[in-house]
Design a protein around this ligand. Structure first.
Ligand SMILES: Cc1cc2nc3c(=O)[nH]c(=O)nc-3n(C[C@H](O)[C@H](O)[C@H](O)COP(=O)(O)OP(=O)(O)OC[C@H]3O[C@@H](n4cnc5c(N)ncnc54)[C@H](O)[C@@H]3O)c2cc1C
Length: 391
């Protein structure tokens, strides 16, 4: 691997959070390495619906044109189904993205902005040497391992950890260990494929099927393939036969059947509702799912990650010059105020869905009075202000 040894910033993970952070940091004139464990466009378990808040971040970062093709499929309607009841949310509420090509396009934008991209390389942040006080070292060390086992160490003034659920690159730093909710649901995704067939799902629509033991979303990508993401109870995962659970949940909600599920590639995730003990430490900041995630019920994960990525650039400009211990608390405050401020809506909805009797009442009320949902939808989709970065 031909990576220089020293960097201003090392960004770990080229999902939406990491790539947009790398893009912004490179535009700000920093020397940025973007490290990604996988190679080539990869499918990420996701419903693929990017809300208006996420879109507003991309536009303000100047990425609207570069992503025009990726963002060309509008999301105009979300219909929640529970048994035979429906609640529809109409109006432009975002875009449907193909996570493989969307993520690749964001990484390409980071490279065009000047970041160096290393794919197929697993990063691990090294602990500080025993006996060092956290004020001392002006750099952090990151170990990079290639698929053939080749190992290289690089140093950096700031590590931006954007490696998703579970923070794999921080395994050696116990101070970031996570707290996982005892009843956390697990994510489930069906890899989009031509062999998954159903004529019933309209373009520009997300169909959500809600059940007592989980929920799933079905959307149509620009190329016509179906994108299916779900959050399920651990008991469902233990029982197995997940294709059957998807078919049964769809049937119970009277949605169109999908052929080919039994042959589909279905992938699971770690527990979803988790957060690290801290979101920053000496010359390290966490963004995106690495900084904590709840559930996909409101389809905000990418928007949270993008908002954090946009917020990290002005912070990094200061932190690279000189790290101060108070920066860790400052980053936590920034995340709470600017990124996760409205997360309580997600938590409330997720908690309501866990209590079947309560969920039925909430659903019946929303079905009878659809205008009740309008303020929630407005809140989730409100634009995010992004600090300007000199290009
Ligand atoms: C079922 C489901 C449905 C969802 N639906 C939606 C939706 O409709 N809309 C929405 O906005 N959000 C949705 N989400 C959430 C969304 O997918 C995430 O919030 C989003 O992907 C977070 O982006 P990220 O960049 O933080 O992390 P990720 O997208 O997970 O990217 C992390 C990257 O880091 C890489 N990586 C990991 N470890 C290392 C390492 N050691 N070294 C180098 N690279 C590493 C990974 O390979 C990966 O590419 C859904 C989630 C689930 C589980």
């Amino acid at each position: 691997m031909n990576a220089p040894v020293h960097w201003n910033v090392v960004v770990i993970g080229a999902g939406p959070s990491g790539s947009v952070a790398a893009y912004q940091l490179a535009r700000a004139g920093l020397r940025v390495a973007l490290i990604e464990r996988t190679v080539g466009p990869r499918y990420k378990v996701c419903g693929g619906c990017l809300n208006e808040r996420g879109l507003s971040v991309l536009q303000q970062c100047g990425l609207g044109d570069a992503l025009r093709d990726e963002l060309a499929t509008p999301l105009r309607q979300i219909v929640f189904h529970r048994d035979a009841r429906q609640v529809a949310i109409n109006g432009q509420v975002g875009a449907i993205v193909n996570r493989a090509t969307f993520d690749a396009a964001l990484a390409a934008a980071a490279v065009r902005a000047g970041a160096q991209f290393f794919a197929g390389v697993k990063a691990s942040v090294e602990p500080l040497a025993a006996g060092t006080t956290v004020r001392e070292p002006a750099t952090r060390t990151v170990s990079l391992t290639q698929a053939d086992g080749t190992l290289k160490e690089i140093t950096t003034e700031l590590v931006v950890v954007a490696d998703g659920l579970g923070r794999p690159s921080l395994q050696r730093l116990a101070e970031f260990d996570g707290v996982t909710a005892a009843n956390s649901r697990l994510g489930l995704g069906v890899t989009p494929s031509e062999t998954l067939v159903s004529s019933g799902y309209e373009p520009a629509t997300l169909s959500m099927a809600l059940a007592d033991d989980g929920y799933l979303g079905v959307a149509r990508l620009a190329d016509g393939r179906l994108c299916i993401g779900a959050a399920i109870d651990a008991a469902v995962a233990r029982r197995g036969a997940l294709d059957r659970w998807i078919s049964d949940t769809i049937a119970r909600c009277e949605l169109p059947a999908i052929d080919g599920l039994s042959m589909a590639s279905i992938r699971g995730t770690r527990p979803l509702t988790q957060r690290p003990a801290r979101t920053a430490g000496h010359r390290i900041v966490l963004i995106g799912d690495a900084a904590g995630y709840t559930e996909p019920i409101t389809g905000e994960g990418m928007a949270w990650g993008l908002a954090a990525a946009a917020a990290v650039a002005p912070f990094a400009l200061k932190a690279c010059r000189e790290w101060r211990p108070e920066f860790a608390a400052a980053w936590e405050r920034t995340l709470r105020r600017d990124v996760y401020g409205g997360q309580y809506v997600n938590r409330l909805l997720a908690a309501a869905l866990r209590r079947p009797r309560y969920a039925r009442r909430v659903f019946a009320a929303a079905a009878a009075l659809p205008s009740l949902t309008a303020p929630i939808v407005r809140r989730l989709n409100r634009p995010q202000a992004v600090a300007r970065i000199a290009a």
